[in-house]
Write a protein that binds this ligand. Structure first.
Ligand SMILES: [Zn+2]
Length: 253
């Protein structure tokens, strides 16, 4: 199994979830929500070939943790990937939006300056600003929009900019989400869980719930399940190769 966006460190029984993900998944991208959380998680869980732990500064807490931006920038230098970062334009976080922009712009610029990084990006109600910042620093690397909830024209704009999309079961909980899933560029979609935040039937989605995502996409795309599984796995292989995760890429297919 594969999971391109998961908060493994935030599950109630994080160590058990981590162990199970190592057992069941070829690749899991553990995105952290703050630089300090990244440091703590990395030292507690240690290094494992199939688990990518990346430093981030989640837009929902970018206001409170603004002072950690310097640490994030330092961590980006030695990291293979960055996330969770991005912008949240919803009302609830309106008061921190300027700080969010400063954090995200600084992080994207650093990725650009150091030759590019894979980025797991949060873009709720902020897709145009996210795309503008990515364009401003064109050598930022590989942008992966996680749980994309923009409009169809924003989706087209993101695709035109070469973005990837990671999607999980919870994205299908709403009618709008189901409609948007139909329009995703099939060759640029990879699976994610976004657990434990993302829930399905009041249970957190797990890092190995790939089959659920595949079956929901099979309905959305009106494609046989086996073809969707094949598509997702070959997409993952391409993206992992681009990210330099050649061992994980080689073990797929
Ligand atoms: Zn997330």
């Amino acid at each position: 199994m594969i999971d391109f966006h998961c908060h493994v460190d935030l599950y109630p029984k994080a160590r058990a979830v981590h162990a199970e993900a190592l057992r069941r998944n070829v690749f899991t991208w553990l995105v952290t929500t703050s630089p300090k959380a990244f440091q703590a998680t990395s030292s507690v869980l240690g290094h494992h070939e199939s688990m990518l732990i990346s430093p981030g500064l989640h837009p929902e807490i970018a206001g409170d943790r603004f002072q950690e931006l310097d640490i994030l920038i330092e961590l980006i230098d030695s990291a293979n990937a960055v996330g969770e970062v991005g912008l949240d334009g919803s009302k609830r976080y309106a008061s921190s939006y300027l700080k969010q922009k400063q954090v995200f712009a600084t992080a994207v610029k650093r990725c650009h300056d150091v030759g590019g990084r894979a980025l797991s990006i949060h873009s709720r109600q902020a897709v145009p600003d996210v795309l503008t910042l990515l364009r401003e620093f064109p050598d930022h690397g590989i942008p992966v929009f996680h749980w994309f909830t923009g409009t169809v024209s924003e989706l087209k704009a993101a695709s035109a900019q070469g973005c990837w999309f990671s999607i999980g079961p919870a994205a299908f909980n709403s009618a709008a989400g189901k409609a948007l899933a139909k329009k995703l560029p099939k060759e640029k979609v990879v699976p994610e869980s976004d657990g434990p935040f993302a829930q399905l039937d009041d249970q957190p989605v797990m890092p190995w719930d790939f089959e659920i995502t595949a079956s929901l996409l099979s309905k959305a795309w009106a494609m046989p399940l086996i073809d969707v599984q094949y598509q997702l796995i070959s997409n993952a292989k391409v993206l992992l190769d681009q990210m330099g995760r050649t061992t994980a890429a080689a073990s797929l297919i």
